[in-house]
Write a protein that binds this ligand. Sequence first.
Ligand code: MN
Length: 307
Amino acid sequence: MKLAFFNDYRLGVVRGDAIVDVSAEVADVPHTGPHNLISNLIGDFARYRTRLEAAAARGAAIPLATVTLRPPLPRPGNIICMAVNYMEDGTRTEPAAINAFNKASTAVIGPGGTMVLPDLAATIFEGEAELAVVIGKTATNVKAADAMAHVFGYTCFIDGSARGVPAFYQMKSRETFAPIGPWIVTADEIADPQKLQVRLWNNGELKQNFNTDDMAHKIARCIEWVSSVHTLLPGDILATGTNHRGLHAFQDGDRIELEVEQVGKLSITVRDDLKRSWGRDTRLERHGMKPETSPQLTGKYAPGNQG
Ligand code: MN
């Protein structure tokens, strides 16, 4: 099942290129807003699945093209992002030590949203294509063997990053730096989450293209490790990392599309009121060059630009 919020945060089930409003079926889920409607629904999903399926089968199909999709998790309790979690197609000899960081939930935007680059002396702004796991059951000290039973589903995630500023806190939690969507696909629809192609296009040009089979620490191990640090709750997001080689500058006017196989395609735009510019090359294309990321060419904070 594909669960989405649309228009005025109606809850919908996606059927092909249409969506069915199932809000009436979840009216008795305790909530004060869409953020805890979805997390409480996820936490109690066994009670709702059958009636949601029935409502989706009989309800009026509204073409997706006529609605505005919203972030399927408007304010997750936790957004945990795995750091350096790919083998990068054999360019890393061994997995980096398992590590992660928090991203502020206030950074969430949804499909069709705009990532706004802040007025900040970052060397570059990048967006990392990632498969995100949506937690389904409270997870504390979960063993890897039991971890996948705690997964509710999956969504697409862009890990916005302002490079060259001290510490992940300043780098990762900027407003609009957590695009998610377009919906949550329940885990039963994904045969093998460690075998999904992840592609990111910028203005139609394919930049990132990797498979989740290249993940250094697999999803089950990530849940084991993160849940040994703190409890994960229904509706939390665990972003599983990226292959850095296709990373490149996000800049004003860019149209970004992220597609995770079997999950869906998330599209956003980028806005920079300062109209700064960078080269268009990827980290892979700059391999062996300095700096390793494309330098800023024009605008405020560009090297040599005192204005
Ligand atoms: Mn990341």
